[in-house]
Design a protein around this ligand. Structure first.
Ligand code: GLA
Length: 401
């Protein structure tokens, strides 16, 4: 859908023109999975698909939510912003507006708004459609809720980088408070700080990051969708967060730590005996290994050692399957059949898991064989059809108009 078509849809919905349009992308994570809430590093990139938000203020003091993807519409008075029941989709936006006001006492919502969302991130694919919606809302309303923009940036942010980090934190807080998922900051951060043709090497403890070019000669990043919805909010994710906490508590009896990511593989060998809970032990083993793999993978990419990067991706999947137990039949079938294709450098699940997508590095000449072979194996083993997208790495959130 073009922005012109979105504008027309806005006019149809509200009988007048949109004043502003914003866009925020979804993301794919190349490596560093389930490390973010453990204080570790991640390596995601923003995609060219995401969420658009068109808006115009109204005089009714209500927020009207419509989406071109969802049939439900909502009207919420601006003085009655709180989580809505039954997993209302407007929670991903309402939460951001609420959190902006709480984090920034100088922010005021004095007018109502007519809002129209459109997203083209495949739903339930684990490519952060909700983070895109949060970040696009945070971007729009940080601007709208500051009365006089005497600088280019709201709330006196001295630079764009700091402002974008704040947008990510608003989105993450919304996910915690309005969606009940105790996620890390990776998805919202990628959506806010993405850069075309770069991945983001982010330390999720300090929030320091660097953009690393992803220029792969003759190789594509291919995303494969299981079409088996990932159930991030099903509780399995929050269980993992708790199990990691248990590991931290048990390890801290012999070596005080705040996060699992503080441990090197050598440290882990010395303290693992302290983790008496067998599930917590497996989870910690994944996190320590994944943190080390992520650092190694980023270094490999910088040095052009792309085969090594691919091997580390594959090792990441194995650990997510065996230690973290977040893959399942669909993701395993995709990854394991991808590993058999010549010209595939590496393949792994991406995002929270339990369904969703894999990400693979595939040589140009192998792409067609990859699609045919993986698609066939997948259908035979699961009865489902997979979808393939060649990832285009795009920029972070922006105002388009
Ligand atoms: C989801 C969460 C992220 C991160 C990943 C796993 O996408 O939203 O914060 O924890 O799972 O790496």
């Amino acid at each position: 859908m073009t922005t012109q078509e979105m504008n027309q849809a806005f006019e149809q919905a509200y009988g007048r023109k949109a004043e502003k349009i914003f866009f925020a992308p979804g993301r794919v994570n190349l490596i560093g999975e389930h490390t973010d809430y453990n204080g570790g590093c991640v390596f995601p990139c923003a995609l060219s698909f995401g969420a658009w938000l068109l808006l115009a203020p109204n005089t009714d003091k209500v927020l009207r939510f419509q989406s071109l993807n969802m049939p439900q519409r909502y009207e919420i008075a601006i003085d009655a912003i709180r989580p809505q029941p039954d997993r209302a989709w407007c929670n991903y936006a309402l939460g951001c507006i609420d959190i902006i006001a709480r984090r920034h006492p100088e922010a005021k919502l004095e007018r109502g708004y007519d809002l129209l969302y459109f997203g083209n991130v495949p739903a339930g694919a684990g490519l952060s459609s909700s983070a895109a919606m949060e970040v696009v809302t945070a971007r729009a309303f940080t601007e709208e809720m500051v009365e006089s923009l005497d600088t280019q940036l709201p709330f006196g942010y001295k630079d764009d980088k700091q402002y974008r980090t704040e947008l990510a934190l608003i989105g993450q807080a919304c996910e915690h408070e309005y969606a009940g998922v105790m996620c890390g900051v990776m998805d919202q951060f990628a959506s806010a700080q993405g850069k075309k043709d770069h991945a983001i090497y982010l330390n999720c403890d300090t929030l320091e990051f660097e953009h690393v070019p992803v220029k792969l000669e003759g190789i594509k990043v291919v995303i494969t969708n299981t079409h088996s919805p990932h159930h991030l909010d099903s509780g399995a994710y929050n269980d993992r967060v708790r199990q990691c906490k248990t590991a931290v508590e048990q390890i801290s009896k012999v070596k005080p730590i705040k996060f699992l990511a503080e441990l090197t593989p050598e440290d882990w060998a010395a303290v693992e005996g302290a983790v008496t809970d067998p599930i917590a032990k497996k989870r910690a083993c994944h996190v320590v290994g994944e943190v080390a793999r992520t650092a190694q993978a980023v270094e490999a990419l910088k040095q052009g050692k792309i085969e090594l990067f691919g091997e580390l991706m594959t090792a990441s999947h194995v650990s997510l399957r065996d230690n973290y137990e977040v893959t399942g039949k669909e993701l395993d079938t995709l990854a394991e059949s991808a590993w058999q294709v010549e010209g595939v450098l590496g393949s792994r699940m991406t995002g929270g898991g339990f369904g969703g997508c894999t990400v693979s590095l595939v040589r140009d000449e192998a792409i067609e064989t990859f699609k045919a072979f993986v698609g066939k194996e997948y259908e035979e083993k699961t009865g489902l059809k997979a979808d393939f997208y060649v990832a285009e790495i795009g920029d972070g959130v922006t105002r388009l108009h």
